[in-house]
Structure formats: C-alpha cells, structure tokens
Design a protein around this ligand. Structure first.
Ligand SMILES: O=P(O)(O)OC[C@H]1O[C@H](O[C@H]2O[C@H](CO)[C@@H](O)[C@H](O)[C@H]2O)[C@H](O)[C@@H](O)[C@@H]1O
Ligand SMILES: O=c1ccn([C@@H]2O[C@H](COP(=O)(O)OP(=O)(O)O)[C@@H](O)[C@H]2O)c(=O)[nH]1
Length: 487
C-alpha cells in the first residue's frame, strides 16, 4: 500500500534547524522510515488559475516531500482566516477569539478542493491517504467527490471541544458532515473523541455504534491515537549535547542556581501569561527562591499576521520586562526570554540542563515538548516536569507534577515543590514516565493508525449497501426492525 500523508505544514528535513510545531516534528521520522509521500504547503502562493498545481519534490529518507504553492487568492482566508482565526480558537475552547467571515470559509473550501485535485497525481493503484489536522477537515469529502475509493483517514492534532463551542464555528454542520467522508478519524485523547461523537450524535442526530458514526457517507470509525516521540533519539541527543556552544554557555552562566525551562510557540493556548505570573508570585511570596531559581523561556513567534497573536506577543514581552524589572538584580536576570528557535539536538541539551520543565498550556492537543523534556533527562539525576492537566500529554505522563494552569498560586507552589523534590522521588516519577514513552513511539503511532485505516476501509466497503442510506432512513429502519443491528 502506498501511503500519501497530507498536512499544511511540512518539515524542512534539515537537522540543524528548529521545527515549526509538533505536527512537522512528529511526521518527519514517520515519512523518513515509512517511504510515504508527504504533501503540504510550500508556504508560497501562486497567482491565477493553475491547471497543474506547482509542486517541488525532494527525497526524505525512504520517502519524499512534495510541497505545493497554494492559490494566492485564497491562502490568507484559508490559513490566517478560517483555519487559525475560526477553527483554532474553537478547537482550543476560546470562543471569544473566533472571527467569522464568509469569504474565509469559501477560501478554506477552495484550498481543500485545490489540495484534493493536486493529490490525484500522487495516487497509484493501491494508495491510502492520511490527512493531518484542522486545515483539511473537508479534504476527504473533496477526494470522494473526485471518485477516490481508497482508504482515507484523518488525524486531529489539536483538542476537539464540547459541541456548544463548535457551534460557534461558521458552517460547522456542513464541515463536520464532510468529515464523515473519512474512513477513520483519529484523536489525541478519549475526551476529544467523546466530544466529537457527542456532536455527531447530538447536533447531527446520527446513530453511533461502538465508536462508529453512521451517515450518508457510510461508516466512520472514531478512535484515540495519542501521538508519541522518539524518546531514544532525545536521550541520545541530550547525552552528547554538553559540547554544543549554546548548551555549555547556558551551563556556565548558571552559578549553581536552578533552572526552569519553557519551550513554546507564542500561542495563546500555551498559557504563557499565567506561567510567568506564577514565577512572579513565587519570587514575591517566597523571596528565598529569588536568585535560586530562574526561568529560560523560549517563545518562538507563530502566526504573526493574526491580531490575537500580535497582541499576545506584546503582552508577554511587557510582562517579562515588568517581572524582570521588579525582581532582577545587577547580576541576576529572573527570566531569560528568547523569541527564536533551536534545533532539537540543542533543545535536548537545554532540557537536560533544566531541573524543572514547565509545560502549562490552557489547552493543548498533546504537547510534544512535555515528552521531549522527560526523554532528555539524565537518568541518574532527572528533572521534574510540571504539567498542565489540560495538555493531552497529561493522560500518559501521570507521574508529572500536575497543575491547573488557571491557578497561578497553585503553579507557584508546584514550582517550589519541584525545586525541592528529593532524588528518590524524582527518579520514581521519571522512570514511570520514561516507561510510557518507550512503550509508545512515534513509529508505533503511525503504524497503528495506518493498520486501523486499512481495516476500517474494508469494513466500510463490506457494509456499504446499507450504511450508504441517508441517516434518516437508518433511524427509521432501526426503529422499525427492533433488535436488528445496522452494521
Ligand atoms: O503550522 P503552524 O501554524 O506554524 O503551527 C504549528 C503546529 O501547531 C499545532 O501543533 C499540534 O500538533 C502537535 C503534535 O501532534 C501537538 O503536540 C500540539 O498539541 C498541537 O498543537 C497544529 O496542530 C499543527 O497543525 C501546526 O503545524
Ligand atoms: O526552538 C524550538 C522549539 C520547538 N521545537 C519543536 O517544536 C515542537 C513543538 O511541538 P508541541 O507539540 O510541543 O507544540 P506545537 O507547537 O505543535 O503546538 C517540538 O517537537 C519541539 O522539539 C524546536 O524544534 N525548536
């Protein structure tokens, strides 16, 4: 089976460059080892009507990356508009930030249709399509409209909120009905999956049986596939990172003080304001921690053309200046705040240098930084992960110090507890988390999904004659022939 992976963002495959987000970071090794073709946006646009989409193709391990120039007239409305100003805030339960625009929705659908047409040239006799993330909710339906009867699966990297929040997204019914053209919908957590099923059953009134939604598109299985990392790679990077100039300079600069590290895109979902406020609270309420704990916050700028992101960047910069101004000394800077990225090899060394990892998003699909921080620790003297209960990673990393990111005092207390935690407890917590990370790698995540996708397609085709009926007919049939299972 040939695998075609599709996402908006693709990784550049250069080992010394930072990754832009977890999706690209996670899929890079999957494509390298599976021989898949990974199709995504080049980040450039092209004017006019493209007969043949312009694609650049380069090898990536045993696979390849094909990047497309997206249509100039629709790119802004698609990426900064509908995807990141309507869907992203909704998916992260920030209804207050949803921006509604009819034109953005049209552009979003145009780009989904454009991508479907472009994908036809990557289709061979036996192909499975694996679509990634909220940029392409309608891509499966567009492919079906073009006559594609191959397995088509979808994985959502973000959370899926409760139905009342999704109802704030323009055209939500049409869009979510289109999602049912996929054979398999994958989610990061059980809560996300249940929220989706709740919407399908409640808002769309569809029948759901054992995690399968029955609709006019047939059967759509919904399942949980928490994304993993290559823990061994991070451990190996960390073990040999000391010689890297950034890592050794950081270590020399510490003078015995303890370091906490935060690594995030500058995104309102990451809870940066509350995190910095928690450090402010710690240094104010427990002055013995001034000089003895400092924070290294890497905050890579993201989606800078969107107002909410520009506002956040200003707010965080102001807050850091204020906190440093009040708590700093001539020879001590409480928060080292960097608006740039590092390669994962360097990042691993920075993670290992820090005794505390602070990962406190208000909402996050998974948060790979949490997993990478754990994997990069020195087994003989591991650091402590302070982790938000609203990160998908909290489901697996359940021996981290769990915090509520809305509770600034609680986070300040957790940071103090982390700083004082004895070695035996740190090792016990770290061992348990490391076992989970080793037991569920990124390669397993992808092979589990693809195996399930092939199985679902076979089941869907076998059940097609009955499941292809409109949902109203299914409901009527079900009540008319009681006791008969409609699968
Ligand atoms: O492509 P961008 O607009 O620059 O944004 C970067 C990525 O952000 C999001 O990442 C998510 O995927 C991670 C891996 O599964 C997950 O750990 C994290 O919780 C998610 O937020 C977004 O979903 C991606 O599409 C973006 O590429
Ligand atoms: O300077 C940086 C900051 C982050 N990352 C990578 O970007 C990803 C961030 O993923 P995460 O799931 O934590 O959050 P997202 O940005 O996708 O929301 C991780 O794999 C990091 O290793 C990186 O390579 N360099």
């Amino acid at each position: 089976m040939n695998l075609v992976v599709v996402s908006n963002r693709v990784a550049r495959g250069k080992p010394n460059e930072p990754m832009t987000g977890g999706l690209a970071a996670a899929l890079l090794p999957v494509v390298e080892h599976s021989g898949a073709i990974w199709v995504g946006s080049s980040g450039r646009v092209r004017d006019g009507h493209q007969k043949e989409p312009f694609a650049e193709i380069e090898a990536l391990g045993s696979g390849a990356i094909a990047t497309l120039d997206l249509p100039a007239a629709h790119y802004g409305g698609y990426y900064e508009g509908f995807a990141n100003s309507a869907l992203w805030p909704a998916l992260h339960s920030r209804s207050d930030l949803i921006r509604v625009s009819r034109d953005d929705y049209i552009s979003y659908r145009e780009v989904n249709a454009f991508m479907a047409r472009a994908l036809m040239r990557f289709r061979k006799s036996k192909t499975a399509f694996w679509v990634q993330d909220y940029h392409f909710l309608a891509l499966g339906a567009e492919l079906r409209d073009l006559g594609v009867d191959d397995p088509i699966g979808f994985f959502l990297h973000t959370p899926w909120p409760v139905a009342a929040v999704m109802q704030g997204v323009p055209n939500h019914r049409e869009l979510i009905t289109a999602m049912l053209a996929y054979d398999l919908l994958g989610f990061q957590t059980e809560a996300d999956c249940q929220n989706f099923l709740g919407y399908a059953g409640g808002e769309l009134g569809l029948i759901i049986e054992d995690g399968v939604v029955l609709s006019q598109h047939g059967r759509t299985r919904c399942e949980v596939f928490p994304i993993g990392i290559d823990a061994e790679k991070f451990a190996a990077y960390a073990a040999k990172s000391a010689s890297h100039p950034d890592v050794s300079r950081l270590r020399r600069s510490l003078n015995g003080e303890r370091l906490a590290i935060g690594v995030d895109r500058l995104d309102y979902s990451k809870g940066l304001v509350n995190r910095i406020s928690a450090f402010d609270r710690l240094w104010t309420e427990q002055p013995q921690f001034a000089r003895s704990i400092s924070l290294l916050q890497i905050a890579n700028p993201s989606r800078g053309g969107i107002e909410a992101y520009g506002n956040l960047q200003n707010e965080v910069a102001r807050l850091v200046t204020d906190v440093n101004g009040r708590h700093g000394e001539v020879d001590w800077t409480p928060i080292r705040y960097l608006n740039k990225g590092f390669s994962q090899a360097v990042l691993a060394g920075l993670y290992r240098t820090a005794q505390i990892g602070v990962v406190t998003p208000l909402h996050d699909g998974m948060n790979l930084v949490a997993k990478e921080y754990v994997a990069a620790q020195n087994p003989a003297d591991p650091g402590v992960l302070v982790l938000s209960k609203f990160a998908g990673a909290a489901n697996e990393l359940d021996t981290a110090l769990e915090v509520n990111p809305h509770d600034v005092d609680g986070m300040a207390r957790a940071i103090a507890i982390a700083a004082a935690m004895p070695l035996t407890e740190r090792r016990m917590r770290w061992d348990a988390m490391m076992k989970k990370l080793r037991g569920h790698t990124i390669q397993q995540w992808s092979s589990d999904f693809v195996a399930e996708l092939e199985k679902c397609r076979t089941e869907k085709v076998a059940a097609a004659p009955l499941a292809a009926q409109p949902p109203q007919a299914l409901r009527w049939l079900k009540s008319a022939i009681s006791g008969v299972r409609l699968i």
